[in-house]
Write a new protein. Sequence first.
Length: 269
Amino acid sequence: MSGDVIELPDVGLGTYRNTDPRECTETVRTALELGYRHVDTAEGYHNEEYVGDGLAAAEIPRDEVVVATKVSADNLAYDDVHEHARASAERLGVDAIDLLYVHWPLGAYDPEDTLRAFDELRDEGLIRHVGLSNFTPDLLDEARERLDAPIAAHQVEMHPLLQQEDLVAYAREHDHALVAYSPIARGKVFDVPALQRIAEKHDATPAQVSLAWLAGKEGVVAVPKATGDHLAENLAAADLELDPEDVADVEAIDREERVVDIARAPWNR
């Protein structure tokens, strides 16, 4: 990680709903020792302290791991961004947050004040890269106009049942990573016949096929939440090579199903 470019591996570790102190700490430690180098959390997940404990327990060199977190929508006023970013860094046990996101452009989000605070945090070195999450193209345009820092990553729900073609194209045009959360649609991919067929062909699981499909897209990475044996399975998906016909079959899935509650999302306002 240097300059304005952030390097993200194809598969990172998501930690949403992993709020048990021991399980979260052990999951992060195990993931890092298996080879994960991108850990994603949020202040709203209420587990930053446990993620930090896992980072410390793994004893992996700090500069090898991308640590990402998010400021909640209610804490996006100018002064609150400064306060909550510092609190997140303290809970995580890091001197600098590699990637700090605006979690949702809602609540106290104000493009001018919120993003000015993000720029200042980057200038002073508390954060290394600025990320946005759950933005529309119009809101991304507005943010790019306000920010001095480049947008390093945009995180959205993305999986074979929600393929996000417009945001993939936007990310490529503007040279930022697209980070896919809920990349196996909270288990829904297991019931999709096309993914079942591809998985059987490759002696894999539908979840691995979904992750491999995402990993095969230029500029797209995934952060599946996992524990136990699924950690190794998800990481191995980055090495699964889908045939062109497999990719075509995934992209022919004619469904658009979100698994995240978006009742308050910007595109519904």
